[in-house]
Design a protein around this ligand. Sequence first.
Ligand SMILES: [Zn+2]
Length: 194
Amino acid sequence: MTDAVPLTALHVTSGGTRVYTLPVRAFPNFRANVYLVVRGDPHAPAYAALVDTGGAGPDSLGDLRAGLASVRDGYGEAVGLDTLGRIVITHPHPDHLGGLSALREHTEAPVAAFHSAVPFIEQPGAIRAAWLMQPDAQAVWLGLPPGSELDGRIRRRGSNLSVPRALPVATPLRDGDVLDDLLHVIHTPGHEGN
Ligand SMILES: [Zn+2]
């Protein structure tokens, strides 16, 4: 269990972009990283983006806020949720996408997402419906009696949505794209399934 707020870490690219690693408790006992990308004068950054959002729980948003505060205090960057100019979603797993709904209450920053993640954000109800078709077929294939505990577990998993209500994606991303004249999209398949 990670009770203490973890430290942030700074990397500076050859082009001078500052990339901060902000660890958050995406779920109980599970830490994920959110990345803050900043360019320009630290006192008034010309560009500030979050890459991924952590999980949906309050610990995750709290850790993100604490991470941003440590970037302000420790590095002198004038950044906060309300100064973000962009949110990037790499893939639709709940430890990366789950925090988006809560973030939406604090920032109007447009969302860019890898194209395969877009339906999870813009059409979560359709994704749920598709998932709930699969457990039926899986349960039959596995020989699970309808109403058994495992059958119920598969169904509950399918009912969980990373984004409970539809949110707009301003920019779908594909391999080779350059976002905001800064971020180069490199498709690295294998982790997410496509
Ligand atoms: Zn993942």
